[in-house]
Every structure is written in C-alpha cells, then in structure tokens.
Design a protein around this ligand. Structure first.
Ligand SMILES: Cc1cc2nc3c(=O)[nH]c(=O)nc-3n(C[C@H](O)[C@H](O)[C@H](O)COP(=O)(O)OP(=O)(O)OC[C@H]3O[C@@H](n4cnc5c(N)ncnc54)[C@H](O)[C@@H]3O)c2cc1C
Length: 430
C-alpha cells in the first residue's frame, strides 16, 4: 500500500486544520485552559519508554514545537533490568532515572499528574488543575493488568501475590519476600496468555529466581505455571539453560493458567492443581492501559489500540498517536511489546508528528528491536530484528537476514544487556 501525500494531509492534518486552529484562535479562558499556548503544542501522556522518547525526539527535531509530557510518577523506573533486582543482582536505585534532563536539556514541560479526561473534539486533556490543549496528542500509557480474570486476585490477593509487571514497589516486595523465604520453600511464578508486555520477561525472571534459589536457598523449588503451550520467546535457549543449571529447581508446567488464588491460605489454583506458595508472583493477562479508554482509542472487544504504523496515528482519532505496548500488533506488524520497540515506534511517531505539524509528508518508517535476557547471574541470550515498511500488507515486517537469536548463552551478552539498558535510558531521558 502506498500512502499518498494527499492522504496524509487530509488525514494527518485534520486536527490542526480544523479543531487545532480553532483552539489557537479562541481565548484560553473560554476553554478552561490552564497552560495557554502561543504556537504548536504536542502533549504526551506517559513518561515511560514510548512517551519520554517521543517527547525528546520532537524537541530534537523542532524547537518551535512546545512539548508537555504528563507522567504520574515522579521518577522513571525501568522494567528492563527489574528482573535483575528480583534476582538480587541490582538494586532499585540502579534502575531509577530522573526526568530532570528532559526539562533542562530539551525544554520539555514535565508535569507530574494523572490525565483523567481526553476530549478529542476540543483537543484537550484534563489533569487535576484543569485542561491543557494540544495540536497533536501522543499516548504511550502502557498496560492494564486484568486481575479480575483470576478469582480472588482483588486488592487483598494482589498484596499477597504481586505481579511486579511495572517496575516499582511490587518489584521490591518480591525481592524482599524471596530474601525472607526459608530454605526449602516453594515459589510460584505464573505466565499470562500472549500477547503481553515483554514475551521473554517471565522466563528471564524464572531463570534469575532459580539462580538466586540455587545459590541462597538450598532445597527450594520454583513452579512456573505457563498459560501457553510452550515458552513463547527464545524457548530453546531458555530450556537449554534450565536443563543445564536448574534441574530439580524449576518445575515448568505448560497449559497451566491460574484461575483462582486464596490469599488467606496462600494457595494458587489451576484446572489441575492447588499449590501452596511461600512466595507467589502472579502475572495476569493484559490489555492497553485504561488511559486509552478516555478517548475511545481501543474498540469494544479489542485489547489493544489500532494504529497506522507509518505515523502511529490512531485509526479512530487521527490527531491522536498511540505508541508502545498499548498498540495492536495486528495493525503494526509482528513486533513484540518491548521497551526497545516502544522507543523505536516513538522515534517514528516523533518524526511524523513534526512533519504533520509543518505540513510535510512523514518519511518511510523503519524500526529495530533487541531483547536481552539473563539465564543466570552471568550469562545472557538475545533476539534481534530490524523492520521495514511492507507495501503489500501496509505494516512493518522483519527484514529477512536481519533477525535472529544468539547462538547460545554468553557472558558477553549479559554485559551487552547491562550496557544497552544504560545507553537507551540515556537516549530516552538524557
Ligand atoms: C520484567 C520486565 C522486563 C522487561 N525487560 C525488557 C527488556 O529487557 N527489553 C525491552 O525492550 N523491554 C523489556 N520489557 C518491556 C518494556 O518494559 C515495555 O515494553 C515498555 O515499558 C513499554 O513502554 P510504554 O511506553 O508502552 O509503557 P510504560 O513504559 O509502562 O510507560 C507508561 C507510562 O505512562 C504513565 N501513565 C499511564 N497512564 C497515565 C495517565 N493517565 N496519566 C499520567 N501518566 C500515565 C505510567 O505511569 C507509565 O510511566 C520488560 C518488561 C517487564 C515487565
């Protein structure tokens, strides 16, 4: 499919040409605006992997565009490397980065608040103090965990069985519970049905928990309850490492979705078994964050947001862009929900947003991904792909010959993973 310049200007500039110009011309007080603007403005919701990257890369390309980034957390905490914290290899401080450089180096207005309303018609978002208007909106709000799908996984259940699937208090809780568990204990880790955030993430976590148990808690075991019929990412490499290092520690069970938990007895149930866990890490199924529903960006019955992957414009509201985990891979192409991909999408989206605001045609997109996983305290594995636009499908497609798995597990890959994380945090937030 070839996207013509006319299509972009009618589709992409619709907001700027109609509602957007109206909001420039109306007096600010008439709209409840708390941050009157004097030129083009992009509002970004979410200061995670997609949002922070998009905010920075717009300012790198066009300083005349004002960027307001709204993020409810006061600091950035990275999910990549958070499994290393759970496994005792890093501390929370090692995966925490300030937002200050986005303000001082790039002039981004970083607002720490929660967006509670999006009005696509008036092109405004609401935070606690009032409304902020935009010419284009970029939404990268991550995921919502579907706790309700597991009986008993209410607030009390979550307190006993944390997911730790966004880096933060639950990551630290899991780390401390493992450290406090007596030797000979049972840890249970559940894997949700795909698609979910970070396909290899649960298996890396299993590896690092097993590594920790092997070194520190003799006689303990880790039961992995996988909803899926097999390990869904880097399967052979994980399995080879588990066979080599964790025999008698990891008990891996496929087609074992968790259906019920009982916090009072610390019991986790599948269709086949009731297991008492000393430490339980339940990772529920997932969908796009509730934030996307503020603007109806997720159609009824769908878990993710459909987008045009040339620009990451929502197919529902073209003046709003969606990037990161919240996007629907059936509209993007076969890309994983990873931080690297969110960063890549955000760069495409930033370039397209600058082009659309300036009345230009967005450039042909390309993207890349590498996912590193540790399989022990010292060795890592990786999977890589480079993506180009595919005219036939109108989506991104992996380039043949530019993708693949690491041929085995290596110390150098573990070192690369550490270097990659610090480099990409700097790319997003430095
Ligand atoms: C254990 C684990 C390990 C991982 N390892 C890797 C890895 O090695 N490599 C890799 O590439 N990826 C990895 N990932 C995946 C990666 O973390 C995600 O793909 C990435 O975070 C997606 O970025 P995002 O911008 O979509 O969402 P996020 O990074 O979650 O950012 C969303 C932000 O939006 C904010 N927000 C949401 N709604 C609102 C609102 N209404 N108002 C204000 N703020 C709001 C949230 O507070 C959050 O900060 C891992 C994930 C996990 C859980």
């Amino acid at each position: 499919m070839t996207i013509t310049r006319r299509k972009f200007l009618t589709n992409g500039m619709a907001g700027v040409g109609t509602v957007g110009l109206a909001s420039w011309s109306l007096p600010a007080f008439a709209q409840g605006e708390i941050m009157p603007k004097s030129g083009p403005r992009v509002v970004v919701i979410g200061g995670g992997w997609g949002g922070a990257t998009a905010a920075k890369y717009i300012r790198l390309q066009d300083r005349s565009i004002e960027v307001v980034m709204i993020e409810r957390e006061s600091v950035f905490r990275s999910c990549p490397i958070s499994n290393w914290v759970i496994g005792g290899l890093k501390e929370m401080g090692d995966i925490t980065v300030s937002y200050n450089a986005l303000k001082t180096n790039h002039g981004i207005k970083v607002v720490h608040d929660t967006v509670t309303e999006i009005d696509p018609g008036r092109q405004m978002v609401r935070i606690s103090d009032g409304m902020i208007s935009y010419d284009r909106l970029i939404v990268s709000p991550g995921i919502t965990l579907l706790n309700d799908e597991i009986d008993g996984l209410d607030a009390v259940g979550r307190a006993v069985f944390p997911a730790a699937w966004s880096a933060g208090a639950e990551t630290q809780q899991l780390r401390e519970e493992l450290a406090a568990m007596p030797a000979g204990g049972t840890v249970v880790l559940s894997v949700p049905f795909g698609p979910y955030r970070c396909p290899p993430g649960p298996y890396e976590r299993a590896s690092l928990i097993a590594d920790y148990l092997k070194k520190n808690k003799p006689g303990s075991k880790l039961i992995v309850l996988d909803s899926n019929e097999k390990i869904i990412s880097k399967g052979k490499l994980f399995k080879a490492a588990w066979d080599a290092y964790y025999e008698g520690i990891i008990d891996y069970r496929t087609n074992n979705a968790v259906i019920k938990v009982d916090a009072s007895t610390r019991t986790i149930s599948t269709d086949f078994d009731d297991i008492r866990a000393d430490v339980g890490n339940i990772i529920p199924n997932q969908r796009a964050s509730d934030t996307v529903d503020l603007a109806g960006l997720r159609p009824d019955g769908r878990r993710w947001c459909p987008v045009n992957p040339w620009t990451y414009q929502s197919t529902i509201h073209p003046e709003i862009h969606v990037v990161g985990d919240a996007t629907d891979a059936t509209t993007v192409g076969k890309v994983p929900k990873s931080g690297f991909i969110a960063n890549s999408m955000a760069k495409v989206c930033a370039a397209a947003t600058v082009a659309l605001i300036n009345g230009e045609e967005p450039a042909r997109p390309s993207m890349a991904n590498t996912c590193y996983s540790l399989v022990s305290g010292t060795e890592g594995i990786s999977v890589t792909a480079v993506y180009d636009w595919d005219d036939a499908s109108g989506k991104m497609a992996a380039i043949k010959g530019a993708k693949g798995l690491s041929p085995g597990r290596f110390e150098i890959v573990a070192a690369n993973a550490d270097d990659w994380a610090r480099a990409i945090w700097s790319d997003m937030l430095g």
